[in-house]
Design a binder for this molecule. Structure first.
Ligand SMILES: [Mg+2]
Length: 363
């Protein structure tokens, strides 16, 4: 007999609006520069009145999505989302993936809002849905491509804030990046150094940079995506010759990408970002990595507290992530949200979240 009663978890409304936020300073990486955050706030309302929030963080320099394409995609997703039951979040994510494959940030915003609404309706923290493994995590802090003098100021400031790991954006020239990496080491000698090339290097230059650093007694803990995302053999060359662990970031969006990296032995680590894949797809990427003994890293585009909280629940819920790069709320001037996690320096705790991801719009 067909159900005549509307399920309390049926999605009645999907809404989206621009989420524009100022940055403390321009954020420059090897592939481009962002002067402000142009994200999208996603809201779903269930039949029982529960509201869930999600954030889409399109990052044009690496994802190919913009705020405008995200808003357009979300408008087109309405027909698939409204009327669906939030309980069926996996088939909903697959349906969105089938029709909006290249709008991963928009899909992530919807998936986050749906899972937030569902877990709020159930009265459980979002992290419990992902496994409930842990309740805290410690993030690194990133320094974008800026002049060496400014690198020194930021590195000292971040070490004072308790950063155990400082991530430096590189991928310009070997000489300039060497000077900046040594500046981090000199100003924050107690912090581990993580390099992110954002596809800026040739394989040979990536290895050259690591050798020059070694000659100065500096050993990065990880070198993220030194070469172009399509150059998996180049990535493997760096992984085999640099003498430091190498991570695939831009090279891995889907589980199939992760499998390719694993088969080639192209990297030691995969940087998983919800905005590259969608939440359900990111769970699949993590599963492939575990099976292939690739280490797990989590990163972000330029998410506010809202998107960061979703990633924190995703990571803490599953557990086992070795590298945590969820510092982007620290780069944003002002915070339009509250809750989701509490922070003590670079340590995030989700222990106090009672339902959903716990983030609310600041009044
Ligand atoms: Mg990266």
């Amino acid at each position: 007999m067909p159900r005549t009663r509307t399920a309390s978890t049926r999605i009645m409304r999907l809404e989206a609006e621009p989420l524009d936020l100022p940055l403390r300073e321009p954020f420059t990486i090897a592939t481009g520069r962002m002067d402000a955050v142009h994200n999208v706030l996603v809201r779903v309302t269930l039949a029982d009145g529960t509201v869930g929030l999600g954030e889409a963080a399109p990052f044009p320099p690496s994802g190919g999505e913009t705020q405008a394409t995200t808003l357009a995609a979300l408008a087109d997703m309405t027909a698939l989302v409204e009327g669906a039951d939030a309980v069926q979040w996996r088939p909903l994510a697959h349906a969105l993936d089938a029709s909006f494959e290249h709008q991963a940030a928009a899909r992530t915003g919807v998936e986050a809002a749906v899972l937030d609404a569902l877990t709020r309706s159930w009265g459980v923290p979002l992290s419990h849905l992902f496994g409930g493994a842990e309740t805290s995590l410690r993030t690194d802090i990133s320094i974008p491509i800026v002049a060496p003098a400014h690198v020194r100021t930021l590195a000292a400031e971040y070490q004072a804030r308790g950063a155990a790991t400082i991530k430096l954006k590189v991928g310009t020239t070997v000489r300039a990046d060497l000077e900046r990496a040594l500046a981090v080491h000199a100003s924050a000698p107690g912090a581990d150094l993580l390099l992110d090339g954002n596809q800026g290097y040739s394989p040979a230059n990536a290895v050259h940079l690591i050798r020059l650093l070694a000659a100065e007694g500096v050993q990065p803990i990880l070198f993220e995506q030194p070469v172009h995302r399509e150059d998996l053999l180049g990535l493997r060359f760096v992984a085999e010759h640099a003498g430091v662990p190498v991570a695939a970031d831009e090279a891995v969006h889907t589980a199939a990408d992760a499998l390719r990296v694993a088969r080639l032995g192209a990297a030691h680590v995969v940087n998983i970002k919800l905005m590259k894949a969608g939440i359900v797809a990111a769970l699949d990427v993590a599963a492939v990595c575990r099976a292939a003994h690739l280490e797990l890293m989590v990163g972000a585009m330029l998410e506010s507290r809202l998107g960061t909280a979703v990633s924190a629940h995703f990571v803490a819920g599953q557990g086992g992530f070795r590298y945590i790069d969820l510092d982007t709320p620290l780069l944003i001037a002002g915070d339009p949200f509250t809750g989701g996690y509490t922070e003590d320096g670079t340590l995030y705790s989700i222990a106090d979240v009672r339902a959903g991801h716990g983030v609310a719009r600041r009044a």
